[in-house]
Write a new protein. Structure first.
Length: 96
């Protein structure tokens, strides 16, 4: 490629996603992959992101006490997630 016209792969992906209006879908997938970073390893070991549609993240939690704890910290978790994006990605989290 010519000097000055080289693009990184991440830039190409970003441009493609934006051009095709898939920002929300792409962001949702990234949030699901980064779930352990938002809640910590211990919580991530006992919880799994099941689905993410229209801003609602559904998370299956294997331990009732942990489910209660995560539900109590839902607004903090949503703030952590949305802080990584220019527009809010998560409007609600459902722990089941």
């Amino acid at each position: 490629m010519e000097s000055g016209k080289e693009l990184l792969l991440k830039d190409l992906i970003y441009n493609f996603v934006n051009k095709n209006g898939k920002q929300q879908l792409f962001s949702e997938r990234v949030v699901m992959q980064r779930w352990p970073e938002y809640v910590g390893e211990m919580c991530a070991q006992h919880s799994t992101c099941v689905s993410f549609k229209k801003g609602v993240l559904k998370v299956k939690v294997t331990n009732a006490a942990l489910r209660f704890e995560l539900a109590g910290r839902k607004s903090l978790i949503m703030e952590r997630i949305n802080a990584d994006y220019t527009i809010p990605v998560v409007n609600n989290i459902i722990f089941c």
